[in-house]
Write a protein that binds this ligand. Structure first.
Ligand code: SAH
Length: 458
């Protein structure tokens, strides 16, 4: 067998990145876009000793799990890896993936999986979109999404995960650029002006934000663009962000308000948040509420508890918990996020939440090691962690074990590092009590998960 060989194969399994897996002549092949149950003609693209990669050429017998994908670009685009899989099967896949990681990496045998929380309508759920702007071969300005693992823009103003306002806004921005000969940025040469259009929408408030990220500090005829955008229903904030760096980071450091307010407001549950173009904010507000409610339920607060919320971002979980706890302490590495957290606490009249800037694995041990005036060390009834994909630092886990809270609620966006960290906690006197997968990222292979571990020994 060699590269470009074609053969017919039945897909028997699905990998963690959503790819189809099958066997041919004793070799395992990974096939992007193929689903379990497909019989497909595939072409070898890469060969290793015992496995290889192949391209899906033709589906001869479609899997019964296939659904009609609403987006015509779902195969090229890097965003939705499993849009062709029925939503029911997507949920089964995610539940199995989390359970599998807890078993394999965490070494757990009895896993208290609760039913997965899926969405009733798993499209158009994203409150944020960042469209790269470019120029096609004919010189037309395009907006769209990057093709998987590349920076080639696939023109598409109508993402199936985003809100319909995205298209209206992009039509206005591109129409304006064409009329006034405003150029699109070119990553290769570093020339051209408009890099990205960032759009945010408050699902509960209907407020809209547009931020143009430009390789410069101003646009010609800014007033014309503003005039056309500000009449869209809900428009609240229009700004310009300058990014002159030649890199992959989307936002630059300076943002200048062109019209309206510097932020939009939205709610999760009863808590109100002000969101600026640079703030981190969960992208699926409906499922985020489900996730935070689950975290709150697992924390089992009665108004007397002291809670530490580590990796707190703009304080979203902290403020949710503060409604039911005596005192909440949040820790987050990004100073700007902590400013947002403090402002959001004040906005909601929440006085029992205090926030610290720093690494969770440094701030918590420092508070724990030093005693306060009354000779007490930092104390927690409940600790909540919501780390990025790489999971918790070992030093943080050690401190949690030393502090010995009754409950630890672990919110995770990567079940592999979650399983690794739970193994440490459960090796140190905790018991795995509840696991709930929450599907915040429908049509993609990513998922969120909320886990409760309780102290097993006194
Ligand atoms: N709980 C928040 C944010 C979760 S995202 C929410 O639900 O909105 C994870 C957060 O951890 C990010 O805000 C990131 O800036 C922060 N972070 C990353 N490494 C960190 C560290 N070592 N210590 C503290 N915070 C960290």
């Amino acid at each position: 067998m060699e590269k470009n060989t074609e053969f017919v194969m039945k897909i028997e399994d699905m990998g963690t990145a959503g790819e189809g897996i099958g066997k041919h002549e004793g070799m395992t092949f990974f096939v992007k876009d193929a689903l379990i149950g497909d019989v497909a003609r595939v072409r070898v693209t890469k060969l290793k000793k015992t496995y290889g990669y192949a391209r899906l050429m033709e589906i001869l017998e479609p899997s019964p799990d296939r659904a009609e994908p609403p987006c015509a670009f779902h195969r090229q685009c890097g965003g939705c890896q499993i849009q062709a899989l029925s939503y029911e099967k997507q949920l089964e896949f995610k539940q199995r993936k989390v359970e599998g990681n807890l078993r394999r990496i965490g070494g757990f045998s009895e896993i208290p999986m609760e039913p997965i929380a899926g969405m009733e309508y798993p499209f158009h759920y994203r409150n944020k979109a960042q469209f790269p702007i470019g120029t096609d071969a004919d010189g037309h300005i395009i907006a769209g999404f990057y093709a998987g693992r590349t920076h080639r823009i696939i023109p598409n103003r109508d993402c199936a995960l985003g809100v319909p306002q995205n298209r209206q806004i992009l039509d206005i921005v591109i129409g304006y650029m064409e009329r006034y000969h405003v150029t699109a940025y070119d990553e290769m040469s570093g020339q051209g002006l408009v890099r990205h259009v960032l759009i945010r929408y408050g699902f509960r408030t209907g407020e809209l934000m547009v931020c143009l990220i430009v390789n410069g500090s101003r646009l010609s005829h800014e007033d014309v663009l503003v005039k056309e955008l500000c009449v869209l229903p809900g428009m609240t904030s229009i700004s310009l962000n300058s990014n002159r760096e030649k890199n992959n980071v989307i936002l630059g450091k300076e943002t200048r308000l062109l019209w309206g307010q510097p932020y939009i407001t939205d709610y999760i549950g009863d808590v109100k948040y002000q969101i600026s173009p640079v703030s981190f904010y969960q992208v699926n507000p409906v499922q985020t509420e489900v996730m935070y409610k689950t975290a709150l339920e697992y924390a089992d607060l009665h108004g007397t508890e002291t809670v530490w919320d580590l990796y707190c971002g703009i304080g979203t979980i902290s403020l949710f918990l503060a409604q039911k706890a005596k005192q909440v302490y949040g820790v987050e590495i990004v100073a700007q996020a902590i400013e947002d957290a403090r402002r959001n606490a004040a906005l909601n009249g929440i006085e029992n939440a205090e926030f610290f800037v720093g690494k969770a694995e440094e701030v918590l041990p420092e508070f724990y090691e030093k005693e306060d005036r009354a000779g007490r060390k930092a104390y927690a009834d409940v600790i909540v962690v919501d780390p990025p994909r790489k999971g918790c630092d070992a030093r943080l886990l050690e401190t949690i074990l030393a502090m010995a809270p009754k409950r630890v609620v672990y919110v995770s966006c990567d079940s592999a590092t979650l399983a690794r960290d739970l193994k440490v906690l459960c090796g140190g006197g905790y018991r795995l009590a509840r696991v709930k997968v929450v599907d915040n990222f429908c049509q993609t292979v990513h998922t969120e998960c909320v886990v409760l571990v309780v102290r097993a020994v006194e």
